[in-house]
Design a protein around this ligand. Sequence first.
Ligand SMILES: [Zn+2]
Ligand SMILES: [Zn+2]
Length: 134
Amino acid sequence: MKIEGACHCGYITYEAEIDPEKVGICHCTDCQTLSGSAFRTLAFTREGTFKLLSGELKIYVKTGESGAQRPQSFCPECGTPIYSTSIDDGPKVHSLRAGTIRQRDQLVPRVQFWTRSEQSWLPQLPSFPKIEKQ
Ligand SMILES: [Zn+2]
Ligand SMILES: [Zn+2]
């Protein structure tokens, strides 16, 4: 599936090919901190298909629990996280932050990672009062 994405301020735009069957949610504590939220929704690109169309990404390299280094990219102007990827050479899989994808309404997560650190209130979410607009 071909998708397009952008950061909040519009400086960064990109396109990529993703597999809609491989959209997932990550509950790891790094994703909680780096997204500023309870969990992160991810869409994985087909290898080597990520294409930056405008802007220049800022990269922060984090070291994971396994010791693996994962470059995290974000917009230097507005701070929107765009992807993480591996440091090795050659065509890469990019883990896109699904909220930056224009077609995100069509992307339904199929799997959850790192549920060990899932926020304890998440299963109760459907019972919380809903306000259509704040
Ligand atoms: Zn931006
Ligand atoms: Zn994570």
